[in-house]
Design a protein around this ligand. Structure first.
Ligand code: F6P
Length: 325
């Protein structure tokens, strides 16, 4: 009887549990055994694993986080670590592995595949920074979480005629900022993909003030710096207040964005991807990532997927700029 392993790796994301559940149930349905590996590749190297059955994933579909725990594993970046990973799989009788994580985790999955353990990657990260997939598991929930939080900030900003400057996650990727910014009517959205200046934000706010608007939301993707050198949301808030006269407050949303019950869309996406991954492993196919491309679930060779360039949706960004005034 064939056995497949499943692990979650890198930053956790809502919907990972839905994906694990789909993998477990699909594999058992296809008469394969399933071995859950705790804490990503670190758990694999530590042989921290357990046999899963139909009930192992009961009541997990709707929960945030990952029931398998997650970790980043620097050891797996070099050949020695991957070799130990292969040995661990052989020892546990694992014939194939589903790795739910981001690009870094896919690199490990490729290396292990090349050593003879077929691995399938599923895109799991709130950042939506995986070029080969239109959407990653976790993104939709994170955007909805940001939207809920910013709606609350809007209430108090409106009461006090203030500007709320909100930092959101998305390491090197502005998708959370862009989508949440549109959903919340942010006057400006600052992302790593589009250069911006404080001058331009101030000018837009002044124009908007003249039309009678008195409260504002500015969304800032973590880690961005303006062309005039202003960095953190706190600096941006100070600068905006000094130059527009609008009292400003900075909020860093942080890790709340990584938690919470996955949205319906997330659960469906994760379930479909998980099932597809098992279908590939059933056929003995590895070294692939399962992605969503133009509303279809498809798979690509890992290296090909990793070499794709993510395109920022500039059109959506320009729409946001035009209608948030
Ligand atoms: O990749 C997901 C993410 O939440 C990024 O948006 C953020 O930059 C990073 O992880 C935070 O990492 P950590 O969980 O190590 O604080």
């Amino acid at each position: 009887q064939k056995a497949i392993g499943v692990l979650t790796s890198g930053g956790d994301a809502p919907g990972m549990n839905s994906a694990i559940r789909a993998v477990v149930r699909a594999a058992l349905h296809k008469n394969m055994r399933v071995i859950g590996i705790r804490r990503g590749y670190s758990g694999l190297l530590a042989h921290d694993m357990f046999e899963m059955n139909l009930r192992s994933v009961s009541d997990t579909l709707h929960r945030g986080g990952t029931m398998l725990y997650s970790a980043r594993c620097p050891e797996f970046r070099d050949d020695k670590g991957v070799e130990r990973g292969k040995e661990a799989c052989l020892q546990a009788g694992i014939d194939g592995l589903v790795v739910i994580g981001g690009d870094g985790s896919f690199r490990g999955a490729r290396d292990l595949s090349l050593k003879g353990i077929p691995c399938i990657g599923l895109p799991g990260t709130i950042d939506n920074d995986i070029a080969s997939s239109d959407y990653t598991i976790g993104f939709d929930t994170a955007v909805n979480t940001v939207m809920d939080m910013v709606d609350k900030l809007r209430d108090t900003s409106q009461s006090h005629d203030r500007c709320s400057i909100v930092e959101v996650m998305g390491r090197r990727c502005g998708d959370i900022a862009l989508h949440a910014g549109i959903a919340c009517g942010a006057v400006s959205i600052l992302v790593p993909e589009v250069p911006f200046s404080i001058d331009a934000i101030v000018e837009k706010m002044q124009r908007t003030l003249r039309t009678g608007k008195k409260h504002f939301i500015v969304i800032v993707a973590e880690g961005v710096t303006s062309s005039d050198g202003v960095g953190t949301v706190h600096d941006i808030a100070e600068e905006i207040e000094a130059r527009t006269g609008v009292e400003s407050r900075a909020t860093v949303l942080g890790h709340v964005q990584r938690g919470g019950a996955p949205t319906a869309r997330e659960r469906v996406l994760a379930s479909e991807m998980g099932y597809h991954a098992v279908e590939l492993l059933e056929k003995g196919i590895g070294n692939r990532v399962v992605v969503c491309h133009e509303n279809k679930i498809v798979d690509y060779e890992i290296l090909e997927a990793l070499s794709m360039k993510k395109e920022f949706n500039r059109h959506l960004y320009d729409i946001a700029d035009a209608i948030s005034i």
